[in-house]
Ligand binder design. Structure first.
Ligand code: ZN
Length: 375
C-alpha cells in the first residue's frame, strides 16, 4: 500500500501506514500559518482492504465545528466524489473505506486543481464576449486571472464576482463553472439580458498559490486574503492588491464573493450590514437578492447564517464589508457547505460539484432581479 499527496492541492503527512486497519495521518499547516483543515491524498494498493485512517491532529484544525456530522469525500475517477463513513472522537477524525479499485483519492471536498482552472479559462476565452486578462502575479509567480464578459457602455452596470479567497473552499470554483456556463449561454434569455445590462469581471480563483499548495485558508505566505482588504500590499497580499486596483478602475455596482463554510450545513449569504456606509437602500438590495435567489433555488435559504454585524461595527478587512463601504454597492459573501444542505440532503454525494454549479447558475436569476435597482 502506498499513500501520497505529491500532486496539485495534495495535503497529508503519513505517520504510520504499515497496517491498513490502523493508518495514522496528520494534516499539514498552511505555510507560514497555523490554519489547517484541507486534506487531499491518494491510496494505492488497498483493493478490498478495509481502511481505517485516523487524522490524529483534526482536533487542532481551524474549525472544530466542521467535524461533527462531516463525511469525507472519496473518488475512483476524480470526477465523481462520494461520501464515506467518517467519525470524529477525542480530536481524531477517522475515515473508513474499503476500496473497490486499486487506487482511491480522498479529500475534504471535491478538489479543484489549477490544471482544471486552466481548462476553465481555455473554455471561457472561446466565447466572443470574453476577455481573459492577467491582472498581476502571486507570490509563487502564478497568474491572477480575470475574465471580463461584455464591454463597458453607457448605462451599463458593473458586476464583480470573486471566488476561492480561501483556497480549501473548492466549492467556490465549482460554483464558478455553473455561473460562467450559464452567463455564456447564448440561448439563455436571463444571461443575454444580463450581458446587455452589465459588464462582468470574474476572478474564478483569488488564491492560486494556496490552491496548489493544498492550503485551507491562506496564500503562499500564510496570509488570510479575506482579512487584507483594508491593507492589501504587494508584499503580503498581491492577490487582493491587484484585484482592488482593477476594481477602482471599473467601479462596482454589485460584488459577490463566493466561499464555503466548514460548520453550517446550509447555503446562505452574509451582507455588509455593519459597514459604516450601509444604508436602507443597501438593505433593500440585499433583501431583494436573497429573496430572488431563494425563489430561483431551493438549495438556498435565509433562516440559517452568520450573525448580522451591528451598524458601523463591520471588520473592513473583509472583502464584502470593505466593498460595501468603499463603493457603496451591493456586496455579498455567498457561503456553501462542506457537509450538505440539511434541507435537501444527498446521502451519497452530500454537497457536490454539480450542486455548486447549479447554485452558480441560479445566481443569474437573482442578479437579474436586482439589476434595475442597482443605481
Ligand atoms: Zn471562506
Amino acid at each position: 500500500m502506498h499513500i501520497t499527496d505529491r500532486f496539485d492541492s495534495g495535503n497529508i503527512e503519513v505517520l504510520d501506514a504499515a497496517d491498513p486497519s490502523r493508518i495514522r495521518l496528520e494534516i499539514r499547516k498552511d505555510n507560514g500559518s497555523d490554519f489547517y483543515q484541507w486534506f487531499h491524498f491518494r491510496v494505492t494498493g488497498a483493493l478490498g482492504a478495509p481502511l481505517t485512517m485516523a487524522i490524529e491532529n483534526a482536533g487542532g484544525a481551524a474549525y472544530l465545528e466542521g467535524w461533527p456530522g462531516y463525511r469525507a469525500c472519496a473518488s475512483y475517477d476524480r470526477e465523481t466524489w462520494f461520501r464515506i463513513d467518517t467519525s470524529y472522537e477525542n480530536g481524531v477524525l477517522t475515515l473508513h473505506h474499503t476500496p473497490e479499485c486499486d487506487t482511491v483519492w480522498f479529500a475534504y471536498f471535491a478538489p479543484y486543481s489549477m490544471e482544471r482552472h486552466q481548462d476553465l479559462l481555455a473554455w471561457a476565452q472561446l466565447h466572443s464576449a470574453v476577455d481573459l486578462e492577467v491582472i498581476g502575479e502571486t507570490l509563487d509567480g502564478q497568474t491572477m486571472d480575470c475574465l471580463t464578459v461584455g464591454t463597458p457602455g453607457t448605462g451599463k452596470r458593473t458586476v464583480w464576482v470573486t471566488a476561492r479567497q480561501h483556497p480549501g473552499e473548492t466549492m467556490a470554483e465549482w460554483w464558478m463553472e455553473g455561473f460562467l456556463a450559464r452567463l455564456l449561454d447564448d440561448e439563455d434569455p436571463v444571461a443575454r439580458t444580463l450581458r446587455e445590462k452589465a459588464v462582468f469581471h470574474i476572478v474564478p480563483n483569488m488564491n492560486p498559490d494556496g490552491s496548489k499548495r493544498g492550503h485551507l485558508r491562506t496564500n503562499a505566505r500564510g496570509v488570510n486574503l479575506n482579512r487584507e482588504w483594508d491593507k492589501a500590499s504587494l508584499e503580503n497580499s498581491p492577490e487582493v492588491f491587484h484585484v482592488l486596483e482593477r476594481m477602482r478602475e471599473t467601479g462596482i455596482d454589485l460584488a459577490l464573493d463566493v466561499h464555503g463554510d466548514e460548520a453550517l450545513p446550509y447555503n446562505f449569504i452574509a451582507g455588509g450590514e455593519g459597514a459604516p456606509n450601509f444604508d436602507a437602500r443597501g438593505q433593500e438590495l440585499l433583501d431583494g437578492y436573497k429573496t430572488a435567489l431563494k425563489t430561483a433555488s431551493p438549495d438556498f435559504q435565509t433562516g440559517h447564517g452568520y450573525a448580522v454585524d451591528a451598524p458601523g461595527s463591520a471588520n473592513l478587512a473583509i472583502c464584502t464589508n470593505y466593498l460595501a463601504n468603499e463603493f457603496r454597492c451591493l456586496a455579498m459573501t455567498l457561503e456553501m457547505p462542506f457537509k450538505d444542505n440539511a434541507d435537501l440532503p444527498d446521502p451519497v454525494h452530500g454537497w457536490s460539484p454539480e450542486r455548486c454549479r447549479k447554485l452558480g447558475a441560479a445566481n443569474l436569476d437573482a442578479m437579474l432581479a436586482v439589476m434595475g435597482r442597482l443605481r
